[in-house]
Design a protein around this ligand. Structure first.
Ligand SMILES: [Zn+2]
Length: 165
Protein backbone atom coordinates (compact mmCIF):
# COMPACT_ATOMS: atom_id res chain seq x y z
CA UNK A 1 0.00 0.00 0.00
CA UNK A 2 2.80 2.37 0.88
CA UNK A 3 4.55 1.76 -2.44
CA UNK A 4 1.32 2.33 -4.35
CA UNK A 5 0.94 5.65 -2.56
CA UNK A 6 4.46 6.60 -3.61
CA UNK A 7 3.49 5.83 -7.18
CA UNK A 8 0.48 8.09 -6.97
CA UNK A 9 2.62 10.83 -5.43
CA UNK A 10 5.07 10.38 -8.28
CA UNK A 11 2.39 11.33 -10.76
CA UNK A 12 1.83 14.59 -8.94
CA UNK A 13 5.52 15.50 -8.84
CA UNK A 14 7.46 17.22 -11.59
CA UNK A 15 7.37 15.61 -15.03
CA UNK A 16 10.46 13.34 -15.04
CA UNK A 17 11.18 14.37 -18.63
CA UNK A 18 11.78 17.93 -17.48
CA UNK A 19 13.96 17.03 -14.50
CA UNK A 20 17.73 16.87 -15.02
CA UNK A 21 18.95 13.67 -13.38
CA UNK A 22 22.50 13.85 -14.77
CA UNK A 23 24.01 14.56 -11.34
CA UNK A 24 21.94 11.65 -9.98
CA UNK A 25 23.43 9.16 -12.43
CA UNK A 26 20.84 9.68 -15.14
CA UNK A 27 21.92 9.39 -18.76
CA UNK A 28 19.98 10.73 -21.73
CA UNK A 29 17.45 8.16 -22.97
CA UNK A 30 18.86 5.85 -25.58
CA UNK A 31 22.41 7.14 -25.16
CA UNK A 32 25.38 5.17 -23.93
CA UNK A 33 28.54 6.36 -22.24
CA UNK A 34 31.94 4.77 -22.40
CA UNK A 35 33.03 3.05 -19.17
CA UNK A 36 36.16 5.20 -19.53
CA UNK A 37 34.17 8.46 -19.45
CA UNK A 38 34.90 9.60 -15.91
CA UNK A 39 33.05 12.90 -16.40
CA UNK A 40 29.76 11.11 -15.71
CA UNK A 41 28.65 10.39 -12.10
CA UNK A 42 26.99 7.23 -13.47
CA UNK A 43 30.54 6.04 -14.24
CA UNK A 44 32.87 7.60 -11.68
CA UNK A 45 30.62 6.76 -8.73
CA UNK A 46 30.70 3.05 -9.55
CA UNK A 47 32.40 0.75 -7.09
CA UNK A 48 36.10 0.82 -8.11
CA UNK A 49 36.29 -2.95 -8.49
CA UNK A 50 33.26 -3.02 -10.79
CA UNK A 51 34.56 -0.06 -12.80
CA UNK A 52 37.91 -1.79 -13.25
CA UNK A 53 36.19 -5.01 -14.34
CA UNK A 54 33.92 -3.36 -16.91
CA UNK A 55 36.83 -1.33 -18.32
CA UNK A 56 39.00 -4.45 -18.70
CA UNK A 57 36.08 -6.29 -20.30
CA UNK A 58 35.44 -3.34 -22.65
CA UNK A 59 39.09 -3.39 -23.74
CA UNK A 60 38.92 -7.10 -24.43
CA UNK A 61 35.62 -6.76 -26.31
CA UNK A 62 36.98 -3.85 -28.36
CA UNK A 63 39.91 -6.04 -29.43
CA UNK A 64 37.27 -8.36 -30.91
CA UNK A 65 35.39 -5.52 -32.57
CA UNK A 66 32.62 -5.24 -29.97
CA UNK A 67 31.88 -1.82 -28.50
CA UNK A 68 30.74 -1.88 -24.85
CA UNK A 69 28.76 1.09 -23.60
CA UNK A 70 26.88 1.81 -20.40
CA UNK A 71 23.22 2.78 -20.47
CA UNK A 72 23.24 3.09 -16.69
CA UNK A 73 25.63 2.73 -13.79
CA UNK A 74 25.52 4.42 -10.40
CA UNK A 75 22.15 6.03 -9.61
CA UNK A 76 21.24 8.16 -6.63
CA UNK A 77 18.50 6.81 -4.34
CA UNK A 78 16.27 9.69 -5.51
CA UNK A 79 16.75 8.78 -9.17
CA UNK A 80 16.17 5.08 -8.45
CA UNK A 81 12.96 6.01 -6.60
CA UNK A 82 11.82 8.02 -9.62
CA UNK A 83 12.50 5.06 -11.92
CA UNK A 84 10.57 2.80 -9.55
CA UNK A 85 7.66 5.26 -9.34
CA UNK A 86 7.60 5.49 -13.13
CA UNK A 87 7.48 1.68 -13.33
CA UNK A 88 4.58 1.56 -10.84
CA UNK A 89 2.66 3.93 -13.09
CA UNK A 90 3.63 1.94 -16.20
CA UNK A 91 2.81 -1.52 -14.82
CA UNK A 92 -0.08 -0.54 -12.60
CA UNK A 93 1.17 -1.74 -9.23
CA UNK A 94 4.33 -2.02 -7.14
CA UNK A 95 4.37 -5.83 -7.14
CA UNK A 96 4.70 -6.10 -10.93
CA UNK A 97 6.91 -3.02 -11.17
CA UNK A 98 9.41 -4.60 -8.78
CA UNK A 99 10.04 -7.38 -11.32
CA UNK A 100 11.49 -4.76 -13.66
CA UNK A 101 12.90 -2.02 -11.43
CA UNK A 102 14.33 -2.54 -7.97
CA UNK A 103 13.45 -0.17 -5.18
CA UNK A 104 16.24 2.12 -3.88
CA UNK A 105 16.45 -0.11 -0.79
CA UNK A 106 17.66 -3.13 -2.77
CA UNK A 107 18.99 -1.79 -6.08
CA UNK A 108 22.68 -2.54 -6.63
CA UNK A 109 22.85 0.53 -8.87
CA UNK A 110 22.41 2.80 -5.83
CA UNK A 111 25.56 1.41 -4.22
CA UNK A 112 27.48 1.50 -7.51
CA UNK A 113 27.58 -2.29 -7.85
CA UNK A 114 25.62 -2.78 -11.07
CA UNK A 115 25.94 -1.64 -14.66
CA UNK A 116 23.50 -1.77 -17.57
CA UNK A 117 25.33 -2.46 -20.80
CA UNK A 118 24.47 -1.90 -24.44
CA UNK A 119 24.02 -2.39 -27.32
CA UNK A 120 22.67 -5.95 -27.50
CA UNK A 121 25.89 -7.18 -29.14
CA UNK A 122 27.80 -6.03 -26.07
CA UNK A 123 25.29 -7.77 -23.77
CA UNK A 124 25.75 -11.02 -25.65
CA UNK A 125 29.54 -10.67 -25.58
CA UNK A 126 29.48 -10.11 -21.81
CA UNK A 127 27.12 -13.01 -21.21
CA UNK A 128 29.63 -15.25 -23.01
CA UNK A 129 32.87 -13.72 -21.74
CA UNK A 130 32.09 -11.54 -18.72
CA UNK A 131 32.76 -14.15 -16.04
CA UNK A 132 36.48 -14.01 -16.91
CA UNK A 133 36.30 -10.48 -15.49
CA UNK A 134 33.98 -11.40 -12.63
CA UNK A 135 30.95 -9.96 -14.45
CA UNK A 136 27.69 -11.89 -14.43
CA UNK A 137 24.21 -11.47 -15.80
CA UNK A 138 21.96 -11.65 -12.73
CA UNK A 139 18.36 -11.58 -13.96
CA UNK A 140 16.96 -13.74 -16.77
CA UNK A 141 14.76 -10.87 -17.94
CA UNK A 142 17.60 -8.29 -18.00
CA UNK A 143 20.34 -9.29 -20.46
CA UNK A 144 21.90 -5.83 -20.00
CA UNK A 145 22.34 -5.85 -16.21
CA UNK A 146 25.71 -7.06 -14.87
CA UNK A 147 27.25 -7.27 -11.43
CA UNK A 148 30.56 -8.55 -10.05
CA UNK A 149 29.28 -11.93 -8.96
CA UNK A 150 31.46 -14.75 -10.25
CA UNK A 151 33.10 -17.06 -7.73
CA UNK A 152 36.83 -17.68 -7.51
CA UNK A 153 36.50 -20.41 -10.11
CA UNK A 154 34.98 -17.89 -12.51
CA UNK A 155 31.48 -19.34 -12.39
CA UNK A 156 28.39 -17.12 -12.31
CA UNK A 157 25.48 -17.89 -9.97
CA UNK A 158 22.24 -19.31 -11.40
CA UNK A 159 20.08 -16.64 -13.06
CA UNK A 160 17.27 -15.22 -10.99
CA UNK A 161 14.00 -14.87 -12.95
CA UNK A 162 13.74 -11.13 -12.34
CA UNK A 163 14.57 -8.32 -9.91
CA UNK A 164 11.83 -9.49 -7.55
CA UNK A 165 12.92 -13.14 -7.56
ZN1 LIG B 1 20.49 -2.66 -14.02
Amino acid sequence: MMLAALGAAGQASADPATVDYSAEGGLPDGQRVSPFDLSSPAVYRLDPALLDAIERAADSAAAQGVSVGLTSGWRSPEFQQQLFDDAVVQYGNAEIASQYVASPQISKHVIGKAVDVGPAGADNWLIRNGSAFGLCQIYANEIWHFELASDYGGACPPLRPNAAG
